[in-house]
Ligand binder design. Structure first.
Ligand code: SDX
Length: 436
């Protein structure tokens, strides 16, 4: 059981001549929650909640989101404060170890990152024999689950130091796997991590340096990448995080659980949206569609254009991460000499039109974290099909922290929801010759 939780009163359910009380408690930000763990035993009935829209699956000390007010906290720090004052590894440390690192902790964390930044040489055979056009998320999921074969010492009851090793191994190697998948896709030699470079600079160097051209990491690009990874670090029980918790609840190891999260994130309704936003913007530009056409078509159910990067299950106001990403994106493009990048211009024009449109207002549809990040990644030279992989790099510390919290929460059990069966009930097997 985590942190601060206060029992308030109880909720009463009257059903079938019975009256049952369920305790109501509140979390540290005042969310009121009815504890229905006794429901089926007391009443014989289930709840029905597709998409778990109304259902809390855990308590957590990691992240708080207020979708109405546009508030995002990680262990009590606002995303605005963290984005302005912390590098990605500090936020990763905060989520996983529960505090912002002091200089000694920061130094040893960075040393572990460096120590674990290479991947086993034999893993290169995977890259060499993987289809060249494979989507980077397919490569990432295959490589991460393979880490459990190359580093088998992790088991469910690992001692803390082994978990620390596994955590830093994952955080460090995801960069190398990502960069190697890019180099493979462009047919260039792999660039090894360098002990001289910090987290994001190392990734950019592995991505873009080459034996035949000089490459120096642009500190403005490095700082922007740090910021974007911070914005993605964790987001309470989003689809992929719930998958990581679910797989971990079966006793599967951390690598297997993270791999499942990578696959869930890939979908265009979730992490795949940052790629879908760019594809939408490029499609609009190539078709010469007007802003009004796009907005009208995004409102029609049957149309193939949805305003990707807009809308959110929890935020019913502007996603605070999108605000920060928009500013950072504009500043980065300015720095890189593309202040009037056509995709950015179009994205801002679509945003302005949508926010004034009654359809988007009534449904509380605003830009989410995916709306501007892809434009920035594209300006950095990252290929579009790698955008979701960058989302995974940013989300990795959140997945790890949530998996650890789940494994240590005495109230958590094997995740196994119920269902309502609506199929046929009394069929008898006929000999095959008599079947229709
Ligand atoms: C992420 O959960 C998280 O925290 C996720 C995330 C994280 O950090 O982990 O924040 C990251 O995944 C952000 C979301 C990225 N996805 C997209 O940008 C894809 C486009 N957006 C949507 O498809 C949609 O908004 C969802 C999936 C994000 C949320 O959808 P819900 O909560 O299931 O709501 P819904 O699809 O039922 O939409 C409600 C209404 C519908 O109309 P009606 O049926 O009521 O008439 O709003 C409409 C939808 O058709 N709608 C949109 C729309 N999003 C919702 N209409 C046009 N364009 C859109 N983008």
């Amino acid at each position: 059981m985590n942190g601060q939780r206060k029992t308030l009163n109880s909720a009463e359910l009257r059903y079938n001549g019975h009256t049952i009380q369920f305790p109501v408690f509140e979390g540290s930000m005042g969310e009121k929650t009815m504890d229905i763990r006794a429901l089926r035993k007391e009443t014989g009935i289930l709840t029905y909640d597709p998409g778990l829209i109304n259902t809390g699956i855990c308590t957590s000390d990691l992240t708080y989101v207020d979708g109405e007010k546009g508030v995002l906290l990680h262990r009590g720090y606002s995303i605005e404060d963290l984005a302005a004052n912390c590098r990605f590894l500090e936020v990763a440390y905060l989520l996983i170890f529960g505090k912002l690192p002091n200089p000694v902790e920061q130094k040893s964390f960075s040393e572990l990152m460096n120590l674990h930044s290479m991947i086993h040489e034999d893993m290169q055979h995977f890259f060499r024999n993987y289809p060249e056009k494979a989507h980077p998320m397919a490569v990432l999921s295959a490589m991460v689950v393979s880490l459990s074969s190359f580093y088998p010492e992790l088991d469910r009851e690992s001692a803390t130091e082994r978990i620390d090793n596994t955590v830093t191994r994952l955080l460090s190697k995801i960069r190398t796997i990502a960069a190697f998948s890019y180099k493979k896709s462009v047919g260039e030699p792999f660039v090894y991590p360098s002990y001289k470079l910090r987290y994001c600079a190392n990734f950019l160097n592995m991505m873009f340096s080459s034996p035949v051209r000089d490459y120096t990491v642009d500190p403005v690009v490095e700082r922007a990448l740090n910021l974007f990874l911070v914005l993605h670090a964790d987001h309470e029980q989003n689809c992929s995080t719930t998958v990581v918790r679910t797989v971990g609840s079966s006793g599967a190891n951390l690598y297997a659980s993270i791999t499942a999260g990578i696959c869930a994130l890939w979908g265009p309704l979730h992490g795949g949206a940052n790629q879908a936003v760019i594809e939408m913007l490029e499609e609009v530009l190539s078709q010469g569609m007007s802003v009004r056409d796009v907005i009208e078509s995004a409102k029609r159910k049957e149309s193939k254009i949805r305003l990707m990067g807009f809308g959110h299950r929890v935020y019913k106001t502007y996603d605070p991460r999108a605000k920060i990403a928009k500013e950072a994106c504009k500043n980065l493009l300015e720095h890189l000499g593309h202040p009037d990048d056509p995709l950015l211009e179009l994205a801002m024009a679509l945003e302005e039109a949508a926010l004034k449109d009654p359809y988007f207002q009534e449904k509380h549809l605003y830009p989410n974290v995916d709306y501007y990040t892809g434009i920035a990644y594209r300006a950095m030279g990252i290929p579009t099909n790698m955008f979701t992989l960058l989302f995974a790099m940013g989300r990795l510390p959140g997945w790890i922290a949530q998996w650890l919290e789940n494994s240590r929460d005495g109230e958590q059990k094997l995740m196994r929801p119920r269902q309502v069966y609506t199929g046929e009930v009394a069929n008898r097997v006929l000999p095959i010759g008599e079947r229709a």
